[in-house]
Design a binder for this molecule. Structure first.
Ligand code: SF4
Length: 172
């Protein structure tokens, strides 16, 4: 399961447990600056330990990510920059699942009310075809998922960021 941040990870672990053992993968070369990246990663890892779930931080390939979004930096949120960012992170996740012999992948990105869930699922399915691995179509924000993430964030005293991740989402 691709993890974007600890608050979203909470519901991801709860919902994906129905499929069996879950490995949380923190791969987010989009998160800037480095101090913010380290803060979110530390929280994601702390939560995995608290919830007793396997966790892996993958080295963020910032050069590859920048290449993925090149030419679209100034697009508004949910535009082409975000599509490419999501595709980059999910492609890495699909590839990692294959490498580790894990039969399926999913993402916590579907919990956010700000994200285009149809695009996420469409991309997940295309990547599943490309990498020959299953994509789990889980829309975490359904069934009050976002509300549940707020409750669990409070329970575990999690850090909750106020911007998506890249420098362009930070400039308001
Ligand atoms: S706003 Fe979020 S999804 Fe969009 S490019 Fe930036 S980090 Fe990626």
């Amino acid at each position: 399961m691709h993890i974007c941040c600890a608050p979203d990870e909470t519901v991801g672990y709860e919902r994906l447990a129905q499929y069996g053992k879950v490995l949380g993968l923190f791969y987010n070369p989009n998160i800037e600056p480095l101090v913010e990246y380290e803060k979110r990663e530390a929280e994601a890892q702390r939560l995995a330990e608290l919830m007793g779930v396997d966790y892996l931080e993958a080295e963020p390939d910032r050069y590859a990510w920048r290449a993925s979004i090149a030419g679209f930096e100034d697009e508004p949120e949910r535009g082409e920059r975000c599509k490419r960012c999501i595709e980059h992170n999910l492609a890495y996740t699909a590839q990692k699942a294959v490498e580790l012999g894990i039969p399926a992948f999913a993402t916590t990105l579907t919990i956010s009310p700000h994200k285009d869930v149809d695009y996420i699922h469409k991309t997940g399915k295309e990547l599943a075809e490309r990498f020959k691995v299953e994509y789990l179509v889980e829309t975490l924000r359904k069934k009050d998922g976002f509300k549940r993430s707020l409750e669990l964030s409070q329970k575990y005293n999690l850090y909750r960021q106020n911007y998506c991740g890249c420098r362009w989402s930070k400039i308001k």
